[in-house]
Design a protein around this ligand. Structure first.
Ligand SMILES: [Zn+2]
Length: 259
């Protein structure tokens, strides 16, 4: 940790992560609407004024502008700097874990995709195929370079996709209602492709436990029944992140608790 290259690299990775986070805000806003990611340039969603480059510095501009648009003084959503800070933190963590390697690049892209999917699913209750299916293909291709290996990667994609597809079909057969979307199955396939089949079991376990706790809490809070829709994608993404950073130690700990 005291290695200066690792520390400096972490700072550079965090800065690059914040810049990519800024782009992810554009992806999150525009991709589900089918809009171009590059045109028109960034503008205030309230007054449509163009955002100048010096007002578009990740995290810092939000703080300097105190969360308000320079042109119309309307508040800017704190989600923008939040996404930037989250990607900065994930990038630094990936650097500390993998150092200068192809795996760093692969998992940087993987985490950026999960972050975009999380907020698109929260906003629109959809997961774009270009991210989930595109991620599955990329994950299998990347497995040759990350140490996961193509067999574990392919097995992960098939297990992840098949498992949730079976749950979705079973739920529909029992209730005639669509519970889990196919988007979730494609997302879990992508997580399996990037991390291997062991990660699929881990992610299903973590996401169902955390998802249940959050779902029940929200139901109690809103005094509603459990039939409201909580998007499941963010919990799958959380499981994937936890597995990437702490999967092996957590599995070892869990098995030791079981005895
Ligand atoms: Zn404005």
């Amino acid at each position: 940790m005291t290695d200066p290259i690792i520390l400096w690299g972490g700072g550079v990775a965090a800065t690059f992560g914040a810049v990519v986070g800024s782009f992810l805000n554009v992806v999150i806003h525009r991709m589900p609407r089918g809009e171009s990611l590059s045109f028109p340039p960034s503008h205030c969603p309230r007054c449509a004024a163009g955002i100048r480059p010096w007002d578009n510095v990740p995290i810092i501009s939000y703080l300097i502008l105190r969360g308000r648009c320079r042109a119309c003084s309307q508040p800017i959503s704190p989600r923008y700097p939040l996404v930037e800070a989250a990607m900065a933190g994930l990038a630094a963590g990936t650097w500390l874990q993998f150092g200068p390697s192809i795996a760093f690049g692969v998992y940087f892209v993987f985490l950026a995709g999960l972050l975009a999917i999380t907020f698109i699913d929260l906003d629109h209750k959809i997961i774009p195929d270009s991210l989930s299916l595109g991620g599955t293909v990329l994950g299998v291709a990347a497995s040759f370079f990350t140490g996961v290996g193509w067999k574990a990667s392919m097995a992960g994609a098939l297990l992840g996709g098949g498992l949730l597809l079976a749950v979705a079909l079973g739920y529909y057969a029992l209730t005639r209602r669509e519970g889990m979307g196919l988007g979730d199955a494609k997302l879990l396939a992508a997580i399996g492709a990037f991390l291997g089949w062991q990660a699929v079991l881990f992610t299903v376990f973590v996401s169902s436990v955390v998802g249940s706790v959050v779902g029940i809490s929200v139901a109690v809070w809103q005094r509603s029944d459990l039939r409201f829709e909580v998007p499941y994608g963010p919990f799958l993404a959380l499981g994937g992140v936890l597995y990437l950073f702490w999967g092996q130690p957590l599995i070892t700990w869990y098995l030791s608790v079981l005895g």
